[in-house]
Design a protein around this ligand. Structure first.
Ligand code: 9WN
Length: 460
């Protein structure tokens, strides 16, 4: 293994004034994206509320403003379906239909009996980070009584969200949750999903004409290809025909995958749910049992001993997807991940798959294997660095005592933002920013990193 820590990647030394200035800029981004009761991920590209974005945003916001952090999560849960499913988008009725595709007219959630009355949403979900976010909001709160009341209001909704995943998304009884669409993964355009999308046959005439609006707001070279979009749309239309009935979505097996990222977040949140249950005088036991099931599922079904790495498991082919992506590092979020597995993740993050030879200026952590077929340094989820996946791995590394590598990841986060602003994603080599500008979770998670650092700098 090579010497860690090329100079440009080490933990960035920040003067207090620089830290405060960066935090003020981050807060300004969040304030500009605030819409009265929630935050848009981006004013141009994503003008509604997104599910896992809301969780990241609440985590960062909780460092500066308890009330808005609570509001963010409560607003998102107004979109929850009666099945417990938390949709990946809650649409803002004030926003014109041609501001985002696919919008509410495409999803037609109001035709589904399980959707919430008077709130238009998508029909699929996203990584369930919300219980963890709610716990973070509580733990940073200055008004503890209000934070406890917030947890009491949210707890049954969070429990229903997890019950939906356990009850409907685990057809093989693996203890894991399966996703049915790349949009559910959060890493929509990752090469991890290529083979499954290529396998989809789109019957002639089954795809209505549609207009992409994303390429009006971002360079087409940063965004998914038209061929990928056709497949996303085809899957969503097939689900719409089934009124997004989970049983049908799972049975069809058009796209049905158990990814490490989704499931590691599910586990991390289940553990948070146990803590929340304790705080609100509910039973923590069922959540601890559920967490154990997810943990066993991850270790039994997603660990590939041959490659020494966690891999997504495809329920259609019954095979693991043998590709390296940042997804594979997410089991570090489990505080009880067996040490040899945690060590293997760290070794892989320091290998040429994610960390080019010393001397080459680069930033951690590329979203996809630098040596893999399909790697693209600028295209959405196919290689660029994303601050949310960096933040998740950073949390996981710290939890496992891997402070050197965590410090390097932190250094990358700060430098990327200093160089290129609050972008949606960044070139792992040139630090150039891509996708949307003034992106909310980039700003929010920087606030969390800076606050963590300030807390550590304070004398005990
Ligand atoms: C589709 C909002 C979302 C993120 C996803 C990211 C991107 C949407 C899109 O933006 O997806 O959900 O239109 O490309 O991939 O993780 O939640 O920020």
């Amino acid at each position: 293994m090579r010497e860690p820590g090329a100079g440009h990647r080490r933990r960035k030394v920040l003067l207090e004034a620089e830290r405060q200035q960066l935090a003020a800029r981050a807060r300004a981004v969040l304030d500009a994206n605030w819409r009265g009761s929630s935050t848009v991920p981006s004013r141009s590209l994503y003008p509604h509320q997104w599910s896992w974005d809301a969780a990241f945003i609440a985590i960062g916001r909780s460092r500066v403003e308890q009330e808005r952090a609570q509001r963010e999560l409560e607003s998102m849960f107004e979109a929850q379906w009666s099945t417990g499913m938390l949709p990946h988008i809650k649409f803002d009725p004030q926003v014109p239909d041609d501001a985002y595709f696919p919008g509410p007219g495409f999803w037609q959630s109001d035709r589904c009996p399980a959707s919430p009355r008077g709130v238009l949403t998508s029909g699929i979900t996203q990584p369930p980070l919300h219980a963890r976010a709610a716990l973070e909001v509580w733990s940073h709160a200055s008004d503890r009584a209000e934070a406890l009341a917030f947890l009491r209001r949210l707890y049954p909704k969070l429990a229903a969200q997890h019950a939906h995943l356990a009850g409907w998304r685990d057809p093989e009884g693996h203890g894991l949750a399966a996703i049915v669409h790349p949009w559910e993964s959060g890493q929509d355009n990752s090469p991890l999903w290529d083979a499954e999308l290529d396998h989809l046959e789109i019957p002639p005439g089954s795809l209505p004409p549609y207009q992409r609006y994303d390429v009006r707001h971002a360079d087409a070279a940063d965004r998914p290809s038209d061929a990928a979009y056709d497949r996303y749309v085809y899957l969503a239309i097939s689900f719409r025909e089934q009124r997004y009935d989970d049983r049908a979505l799972i049975e069809q097996r058009l796209f049905c995958i158990e990814p490490p990222l989704f499931n590691a977040i599910y586990l991390w949140s289940e553990l948070a749910l146990a803590e929340i249950a304790r705080l609100v005088d509910a039973q923590e036991g069922p959540h601890l049992v559920a967490a154990r099931r997810i943990r066993d599922g991850i270790v039994r079904n997603l660990w590939d001993p041959e490659h020494g790495r966690f891999l997504a498991h495809d329920l259609r082919t019954k095979r693991r997807i043998r590709k390296a992506s940042v997804d594979a590092a997410m089991p570090l979020l489990d505080p009880e991940l067996p040490e040899p597995m945690a060590g293997a993740i760290v070794d892989e993050l320091r290998s040429p798959h994610f960390d080019p030879p010393a001397g080459v200026e680069h930033f951690l952590i590329p979203s996809y294997d630098l040596t893999g077929r399909g790697f693209d340094r600028r295209r959405y989820w196919r290689g660029p660095v994303w601050i949310n996946t960096d933040w998740l791995v950073w949390r996981g590394l710290r939890q496992h005592g891997e402070h050197d590598l965590a410090g390097e990841v932190e250094g990358s986060v700060v430098r990327l933002i200093e160089r290129s602003g609050f972008r949606e994603y960044y070139d792992p080599f040139g630090a150039q920013g891509y996708g949307s500008q003034d992106f909310s979770w980039t700003a929010a998670l920087l606030l969390d990193v800076l606050a963590t650092r300030a807390g550590e700098a304070r004398p005990a």
